[in-house]
Design a protein around this ligand. Structure first.
Ligand code: NAP
Length: 464
C-alpha cells in the first residue's frame, strides 16, 4: 500500500516537474523554437522580451511579459540572447537571485573570448545559478522535429541540483542530456558546434596533396611524354586513364598510412623500453585520424573499381582490340595464348578483388553501429590482422601490374618510374617493418613493454 502511495507521489511529482513553468528571455529564432517544443511537452512558457506588445510569431499558448515580470513566474530561465547583449541582465540582478539561468549561447569563432559565455554570465550575475546547455541543438531542428542527429544535449554547471533540473527539462523534450561536469566545460561545449570535420582535415589534405601530385606526374609521363617524343596526341587519357592511375595509387598510399603510425609507435616503445612516455604530438594526431584515412582510402579504391569496370566500353580500348584482330587476319596468323600472361592477369585481378573485398569489410567494421557490436579482440582482429592482409593483397596487386616492367628501361620515361612504382614504396616499407615487428623475439619484447615492463638504463640500475 505504502509502495503504491509512494509510486503515485513519484508520478505526481514527475508530472509537476513536467508542468513546471519555463521562462525564455529573447523571442528570436531559438527562443521561439524552444518555446514551441516546451509547450508541446506540457510546460507553460513565459517569454521575457524588450517589447512584449510588439512580439509576433510566438507559439500560441505562450505569454509574453517584460523581463522583470516574466522571471518572477519561473525558477528556470533560458537565456536565448546573444552574449553581446547580456548587459540588460544587470538591472535584473536582484530578481535573478537563486534562479537557474540556462546559457544556450554560441559564438561566431572558436575561443572568441578569453572565458566562456557561461562563465562570463556567472561573473556578471553572481547571485544567479548559471547552467550551460542546449547550445548544440539548432532552432531549425527543434522546430522541424528532425532531431535525429541532435538528440544529445550537453549540460554543465557548478550546482548539481540546478543541472539536474535542466537535464529533466531536456528529457521532457525527448532529448538525451549528457552531464559534462562543471562550468569549466562550457568553453569546450561552445567550441563544439563550430568544429568543421576536425578529424577529417588531415586525411583529406593528404589525399588532396597526393591526388594533385599523381595527376601532374601521370600527365607528364602518360600524356606529355608521348606528345613530345612521338608527336602522339593522347590527351583523351585525361578523362579515364589518368584518374584510374591516380585512384589506386592514392588509395594504396593512404591505406599504408593507416598502418604506418602503428608500427612507428611499436618501434618507438621498443627503443624507449617503456610505454609510459608520451608519443610525439604528430604521432598522436596521426593515430587519431586512422579511421578517416582508411575511409578516404576506401573511397578512392571504390572509384578505381568503377573506372576499371568501364574499360571494355571505351572507344580507344575497343579500337586497339579490333586493330590487333585486323593485323592478325591480314598477316593470316593467330597469336598464341600466353599462359604466363594469362596467369599474371588472372592473379592480378584475383588479388585486386580479394583486396577490395577485405577493404569493404574494414570500412563496414569502422561504422560505430558495427564496431560497438564487436568486442575489442574482434575489432583488433579485423582492423589490424585483416587490415595488414588487405595492405598485402593490394600491394601485391600493384606489384603484379608492374611485373617485369620494373626492370625494363622503356617504362622509365624521361628516367621517371611509373606512378604505381612510387605508390608501392610506403606500403612495402610498412609491410617489412610489420614483418620485423611480428618476428617472435621482437613481438615478445613489444608485448612485455605493453604489459608494463620497463627497461631500466644501466646507469639507473647501478643506483638501484
Ligand atoms: P536572434 O534570432 O537574433 O534572437 C535574439 C533575441 O535576443 C532577439 O529576438 C531579442 O528578443 C533579444 N535581444 C536582441 N537584442 C537584445 C538586447 N540588446 N537586449 C536584450 N535582448 C535582446 O538569435 P537566436 O538565433 O535566437 O540565438 C539566440 C541565442 O541562442 C544566441 O546566443 C545563439 O548563439 C544561441 N543559439 C542559437 C541557435 C539557433 O539555431 N538559432 C542554436 C543554438 C544556440 P526580444 O526582441 O524579444 O527582446
Amino acid at each position: 500500500m505504502k509502495k503504491m502511495e509512494m509510486s503515485e507521489k513519484a508520478t505526481v511529482g514527475e508530472n509537476d516537474r513536467k508542468r513546471e513553468t519555463i521562462c525564455i528571455f529573447g523571442t528570436g529564432d531559438l527562443g521561439r523554437s524552444l518555446g514551441m517544443r516546451l509547450l508541446q511537452s506540457g510546460h507553460p512558457v513565459i517569454f521575457g522580451s524588450r517589447n512584449p506588445q510588439n512580439s509576433t510569431l510566438l507559439p500560441s499558448g505562450a505569454q509574453v511579459l517584460t523581463h522583470a515580470d516574466a522571471l518572477k513566474e519561473s525558477k528556470i530561465i533560458f537565456l536565448a540572447v546573444h552574449r553581446e547583449n547580456y548587459d540588460f541582465l544587470l538591472a535584473l540582478s536582484n530578481l535573478l537571485d537563486g534562479k537557474v539561468l540556462v546559457d544556450v549561447s554560441n559564438n561566431l569563432r572558436m575561443n572568441q573570448y578569453p572565458e566562456s559565455n557561461a562563465q562570463y554570465l556567472s561573473q556578471l550575475l553572481p547571485k544567479a545559478i548559471v547552467v550551460k546547455g542546449f547550445n548544440t541543438v539548432s532552432a531549425w531542428a527543434l522546430q522541424s522535429g528532425s532531431l535525429d542527429a541532435n538528440t544529445q544535449v550537453f549540460v554543465c554547471g557548478d550546482d548539481d541540483k540546478s543541472k539536474q533540473q535542466v537535464m529533466d527539462v531536456a528529457r521532457s523534450l525527448g532529448l538525451t542530456p549528457l552531464d559534462r561536469g562543471s562550468l569549466q566545460a562550457a568553453k569546450e561545449m561552445e567550441n563544439y558546434p563550430l568544429q568543421l570535420f576536425p578529424m577529417w582535415r588531415l586525411p583529406l589534405a593528404i589525399a588532396f596533396g597526393l591526388t594533385v601530385f599523381f595527376f601532374v606526374y601521370c600527365v607528364v609521363i602518360d600524356v606529355i611524354h608521348p606528345y613530345v617524343t612521338k608527336n602522339r596526341d593522347v590527351s583523351y587519357k585525361l578523362a579515364i586513364s589518368v584518374p584510374n592511375r591516380i585512384f589506386p595509387n592514392v588509395s594504396l598510399i593512404l591505406l599504408s598510412l593507416v598502418y604506418l603510425p602503428g608500427v612507428i609507435a611499436a618501434f618507438i616503445q621498443l627503443h624507449r623500453g617503456t610505454k609510459y612516455k608520451r608519443f610525439p604530438n604528430w604521432l598522436d594526431r596521426w593515430m587519431l585520424c586512422r579511421k578517416q584515412l582508411g575511409l578516404v582510402a576506401l573511397a578512392y579504391a571504390f572509384l578505381h573499381v568503377l573506372y576499371t569496370f568501364i574499360i571494355p566500353t571505351r572507344i580507344s580500348v575497343r579500337w586497339r582490340w579490333i586493330h590487333s584482330m585486323i593485323v592478325e587476319s591480314k598477316m593470316n596468323k593467330t597469336m598464341e595464348l600466353s599462359k604466363v600472361l594469362s596467369w599474371r592477369v588472372d592473379v592480378y585481378f584475383a588479388l585486386g578483388m580479394l583486396g577490395f573485398g577485405l577493404y569493404i569489410l574494414l570500412g563496414i567494421t569502422s561504422f560505430p553501429s558495427v564496431s560497438n557490436a564487436v568486442n575489442w579482440r574482434e575489432f583488433r582482429f579485423v582492423q589490424s590482422k585483416l587490415g595488414h592482409m588487405t595492405l598485402l593483397l593490394c600491394t601485391a596487386h600493384a606489384t603484379l601490374f608492374g611485373w617485369d616492367r620494373f626492370l625494363q628501361s622503356k617504362w622509365y620515361r624521361w628516367g621517371l618510374p611509373q606512378a604505381y612504382m612510387l605508390a608501392i614504396v610506403i606500403p612495402c616499407v610498412v609491410l617489412v617493418l610489420k614483418l620485423i615487428q611480428i618476428t617472435p623475439c621482437v613481438d615478445r619484447m613489444i608485448i612485455r613493454i605493453r604489459q608494463g615492463w620497463e627497461r631500466i638504463p644501466k646507469t639507473k640500475q647501478a643506483l638501484v
